[in-house]
Write a protein that binds this ligand. Structure first.
Ligand code: COS
Length: 383
């Protein structure tokens, strides 16, 4: 067993860490406070090469392994959840479905600008009444000649209503199967198509500098050729995409936990009470020891899941385990970090306050912790 990262992965980690410290960390608190999506940092992340990381060079991707992409996401999350969300959602949910299921024409048309980071793409799965029960969405697409006519709505869609959002992959009911279940298919809808509207969602508790949208389809007509892959395979495509996406959420949990740990350690070493740095009190040093141990375990589980994916082995169970574990490790680390900061941890002047809020999404998005436990229980034969 070799636990060493390759030289390329080590260089990538160092360079993304340096970039994140320099370009994102100084702005993150203010962007969060103002609920502002920054086009400036988006452009810098694009120029740095954070989009299309695992996509072939043929489509202007960077042709890296999945673990490298995960390490980059982890490093961005170490300083800010919102920017990590933009990167993670774009790579795994925006680019992923087109790359893995699109035909050659769709890939050539859509992927290059997405990989250059000039455009963003949404993943339209969730609906107001279809969250955990993702297959129960009501958005419908009916063929009329050579066009799909789409009606319905989606909610909580990342990256779909920025000034550079180029479109969205939408899961639609396209018919009924012989056994009465809906036939579900994915259809690509470009921004600017008549009958399609995306609206920014405001007043989020977390990821306040990322873009979240509601989507509306009102007799929205797109060419028949915008079907993604095979008709009726939409749910499977979405689920497969989420298997990879859950690794990104895990990376955000791991990176966020690492950030919390580093902030807590630094603060506990310089904060004195009763004439002693508070890190010297056993109750606090044990908290820090627990955080370091949990982070180490979480990293091993996540990197193993990525190794399975990179080696073309089944990884859905491990992805669900890593997502569940890393998001809950960040929960505990953020909680300890705020506790160690005492009253200051409750103030926006300290980044731990933002990390504490940003963490909560990770136990909900891309499948709640309850759904992850259900997926794992199915894999181990308990359900
Ligand atoms: N990869 C490929 N195919 C999959 C799959 C996966 N990971 N998971 C399920 N499928 C397939 C099944 O094989 C089945 O195919 P057939 O109809 O051909 O047999 C089909 O999809 C339906 O699967 P299943 O019966 O397991 O679906 P359920 O309705 O029970 O739902 C859960 C499964 C709950 C796991 C799914 O709805 C889910 O992940 N929900 C959470 C959604 C989520 O994460 N949303 C967050 C979005 S934020 S971007």
């Amino acid at each position: 067993m070799d636990f060493e990262l390759s030289i390329e992965q080590q260089i990538l980690r160092d360079s993304v860490r340096d970039f994140a410290e320099r370009e994102i960390k100084p702005l993150a608190a203010e962007l969060d406070r103002n609920e502002e999506f920054s086009y400036d940092t988006l452009q810098k992340m694009a120029e740095f090469g954070l989009f299309g990381m695992f996509v072939s060079e043929h489509y202007e991707g960077r042709a890296m392994d999945y673990l490298s992409y995960i390490i980059a996401t982890e490093e961005i999350a170490r300083v800010d959840g919102s920017h990590a969300a933009t990167v993670a959602a774009e790579n795994s949910l925006g680019i992923g479905p087109i790359y893995y299921f699109g035909d050659e024409e769709q890939k050539r048309k859509y992927l290059p600008p997405l990989c250059r980071g000039e455009a963003l793409w949404g993943f339209g799965l969730t609906e107001a009444n279809a969250g955990s029960d993702a297959g129960s969405g009501r958005t419908q697409a009916v063929l009329d000649g050579d066009e799909w006519v789409i009606n319905g709505s989606k909610i909580f869609i990342t990256n779909a209503s920025t000034e550079v959002s180029a479109g969205v992959t939408v899961l639609c009911r396209t018919g009924t199967l012989d056994d009465g279940r809906p036939e579900l298919s994915c259809i690509l809808v470009e921004t600017g198509t008549g009958g399609y509207q995306s609206k920014v969602m405001h007043d989020k508790m977390m990821w306040r500098a990322s873009n979240t949208s509601e989507l509306y389809f009102d007799d929205c007509r797109v060419p028949r050729s915008n079907l993604l892959g095979v008709r009726g395979q939409g749910f499977r495509q979405m689920m497969q995409t989420l298997d990879g996406g859950r690794l990104s959420i895990a990376a955000m949990g791991l990176g966020g936990a690492q950030g919390c740990f580093e902030m807590a350690l630094a603060y506990a070493k310089q904060r004195e009470q009763f004439g002693t740095p508070i890190s010297q009190f056993q109750v606090n040093s044990f908290k820090l020891a627990d955080m370091a141990t949990e982070i180490e375990c979480a990293r091993l589980l996540l990197y193993k899941a990525c190794w399975l994916r990179d080696n073309h082995k089944p990884f859905a169970k491990e992805a669900a385990m890593a997502k569940l574990n890393c998001s809950e490790v960040m929960y505990r680390c953020a909680n300890h970090a705020v506790q160690l900061h005492g009253g200051y941890g409750l103030m926006k002047d300290y980044d731990v306050e933002r990390f504490y809020r940003d963490q909560k999404l990770l136990e909900i998005g891309e499948g709640t912790s309850e759904i992850q436990r259900m997926v794992i229980a199915r894999h181990i034969g308990a359900l």
